[in-house]
Design a protein around this ligand. Structure first.
Ligand code: ZN
Length: 507
C-alpha cells in the first residue's frame, strides 16, 4: 500500500515543497527512511511509531518504507513527523486517502501523540497557497502565526486522535478560512520626533532617508543625540502593507523568532547589532545558513552605532547587500540567497574620545582623528546617500518649548511621498527613489537646467565618484517629492549636495 502526503521544508529562508511517501508491505518487519535526511529527520521513525501507538492506533508488523522527495534537497527539522504519521495512518487504512489528497501538513510529534509547534509555519502555509493545496494542517501552537492568511483553509490540531477524528468525519469542509482582518499598525517607539531638541538638519535628513529609502550616516560629538534620532526613525515609517508584513514575518518565522505573544511582524524591524558582531552574525551563518542581521532587517532598519568600532571585515560584508539588496552565501550544502533590502543607518563620533571638533574637550591628535575616520573604507562611505554632521545642542535650545513636528505628522508626510513613488514606479520591482538604478536614474530624475549646472559644478569641484553623483540625484528626487515638485530644481540639488559636503572636509 502506497500513500503520499504534501509537506514543505525551510532551507535558509526559502520554503521548498516536499512529498512524503509511505509504503507498507508484507515481509520482514522493519522501518526504513530514505531521501537525504538529517539525523533529526531520521529520529522521526521512533517518535512517529510511539506516538501512533500511544494514540491508540495499532498496526501489524510489516515492512515500512518512508521516502522524502525530491532527493537532492537535504531535509532537516522535526516538521515531517506529522506528514509521515498521516501517510502511515492512511497506508494502514485508518485514514481515508481521499482526505489527504492535496493537503499540506507539518508538525512535530511528541511520544504521547501531541502535535507540537515548529519553526517556519508561515512560509510553509504560504508555500501551500502557491502550490494550490486545498487545505493546510498545522499544530495548534502555531495557529496564531497564520491567522492573517485567508487564501487557504487551515486546520490547527492538537493531537493525532483529533486529526483522525476530523478525517473520519470528513469534516475538512467545515474548516473555515481565517476571518481575521488585517489592521495597520505603527511603531510607537521610545521617543517621538517632537521630543528631540534642535538638530534640525539631522532630523530632516532622517525624514528624507525614510521617504526615499536612502542610507543615512550621522557623524557628531558625543551626546549630540545620534542614537536618539536613530531610535526614533521607526516611528516615522508609514504602516506596513499586509504583503510586506507577511514577507518579513516569513523570514522571522523561518528563523524561529516569532512567538505566541508576537505571532506576526506588524511593524518594520529595527536591528541594532553590537559592534562586536562578527561578519557571520551580520550575513548569516551555519552549515545551512540562518538569516543574519541584514536579512532580519529586511524592509526595516539596520542601525550600526559606533560604526568605526565594527571590524573592517564585518563592515565589508555590507558592500554587496547595500548594492544588490540581497546576500548570497555559499556552503557545501549549496548556494543560498537571502533578501536584505534595508534602510542602513550609521552613527559615529568623529574621533576616539568622541568630542571632536570641540577642541576644548577633545585632546586627540590630528593623526588620531584621521586614523579613526579612516577605519571606514571609502566604498562604505560612498554607500551612504546622506551624511549629516551633529554638534552638541546649546543648553538654551534644549529648554526651548517650541516643538517640531510629531512623528505622527511626519509619518503622514512620508506616506504621501510613498504614494507618489508607488504611482511613478508602478509595475516595477522597486518602489523607492533610493533604489533607482542605471538608466532609471536618467529617466525619473528630470532636473532643471540650473540644477544640472549646479550638479556639474559639484561633481567637478568635490571630485565625486559616479556612485555619489547618482546618489545626490536620487536624494534630490526625494527632496523634490517631499515638496511635491515634479522636476528637480536647483534648491533640491543644493540640499542633496549639502548632505554630502562633509565627506570632503578634512577631519
Ligand atoms: Zn577626540
Amino acid at each position: 500500500m502506497f500513500r503520499k502526503v504534501m509537506s514543505a521544508t525551510i532551507i535558509g529562508v526559502n520554503c521548498i515543497p516536499i512529498q512524503v511517501e509511505a509504503d507498507v508491505r508484507n515481509g520482514l518487519p522493519g522501518f526504513s527512511m530514505v531521501g537525504y535526511l538529517s539525523s533529526r529527520v531520521r529520529e522521526a521513525q521512533d517518535r512517529v511509531c510511539t506516538a501512533l501507538r500511544n494514540s491508540g492506533f495499532s498496526f501489524p508488523a510489516k515492512h515500512i518504507t518512508v521516502n522524502l522527495s525530491p532527493a537532492d534537497v537535504k531535509k532537516d527539522g522535526t516538521g515531517f513527523d506529522l506528514p509521515i504519521a498521516a501517510a502511515l495512518l492512511s497506508a494502514f487504512g485508518y485514514l481515508d486517502f481521499a482526505c489527504l489528497e492535496n493537503v499540506c501538513m507539518a508538525g512535530e510529534l511528541s511520544l504521547s501523540g501531541e502535535i507540537k509547534g515548529i519553526k517556519g509555519i508561515l512560509p510553509i502555509v504560504d508555500r501551500a497557497v502557491k502550490e494550490k493545496c486545498r487545505l493546510c494542517i498545522i499544530p495548534k501552537e502555531n495557529a496564531k502565526e497564520v491567522e492573517m492568511i485567508d487564501e487557504i483553509p487551515i486546520l490547527a490540531v492538537e493531537n493525532m486522535r483529533e486529526l483522525a477524528d476530523c478525517a473520519a468525519l470528513k469534516n475538512w469542509g467545515a474548516v473555515r478560512n481565517s476571518t481575521k482582518k488585517w489592521e495597520d499598525a505603527v511603531y510607537e517607539g521610545e521617543w517621538d520626533f517632537s521630543e528631540i531638541a534642535g538638530q534640525e538638519a539631522a532630523k530632516e535628513a532622517a525624514v528624507i532617508a525614510v521617504a526615499g529609502f536612502h542610507n543615512l550616516l550621522m557623524i557628531g560629538t558625543k551626546g549630540s543625540g545620534k542614537t536618539m534620532i536613530a531610535k526614533s526613525i521607526p516611528s516615522i515609517f508609514p504602516a506596513l502593507s499586509k504583503e510586506e508584513a507577511m514577507e518579513i514575518s516569513g523570514i522571522y518565522s523561518a528563523a524561529g523568532l516569532l512567538s505566541q505573544e508576537n505571532p506576526i511582524m506588524k511593524t518594520r524591524p529595527f536591528r541594532t547589532p553590537h559592534h562586536t558582531a562578527s561578519p557571520k552574525a551580520l550575513a548569516g551563518g551555519g552549515q545551512i545558513p540562518r538569516p543574519g542581521e541584514i536579512t532580519l532587517a529586511h524592509k526595516g532598519i539596520l542601525f550600526l552605532d559606533e560604526l568605526p568600532e565594527f571590524s573592517r571585515s564585518t563592515l565589508e560584508i555590507l558592500r554587496q547587500p547595500l548594492e544588490e539588496h540581497k546576500i548570497c552565501i555559499s556552503r557545501v550544502s549549496g548556494n543560498f540567497q537571502f533578501p536584505a533590502d534595508f534602510l542602513f543607518v550609521g552613527a559615529m563620533n568623529a574621533c576616539p574620545c568622541g568630542y571632536y571638533p570641540d577642541r576644548n574637550k577633545c585632546s586627540c591628535s590630528d593623526t588620531e582623528v584621521a586614523k579613526y575616520m579612516g577605519k571606514i573604507s571609502g566604498p562604505i562611505f560612498d554607500r551612504f546617500d546622506l551624511c549629516t554632521e551633529m554638534k552638541q545642542v546649546p543648553k538654551e535650545q534644549l529648554w526651548k518649548k517650541k516643538k517640531g513636528k510629531t512623528s505622527r505628522e511626519l509619518r503622514e508626510i512620508i506616506k504621501e511621498v510613498y504614494d507618489i513613488q508607488k504611482e511613478r514606479y508602478q509595475g516595477k520591482e522597486n518602489s523607492f527613489n533610493g533604489r533607482l538604478k542605471g538608466q532609471e536614474i536618467e529617466k525619473y530624475c528630470e532636473t532643471s537646467l540650473e540644477g544640472k549646472k549646479l550638479l556639474k559644478r559639484a561633481y567637478e569641484k568635490m571630485n565625486l565618484s559616479v556612485r555619489v553623483y547618482h546618489k545626490i540625484l536620487k536624494t534630490a528626487r526625494t527632496i523634490a517629492d517631499l515638496e511635491k515638485s515634479e522636476k528637480i530644481e536647483v534648491s533640491h540639488i543644493s540640499k542633496a549636495v549639502s548632505y554630502r559636503a562633509l565627506e570632503k572636509k578634512d577631519w
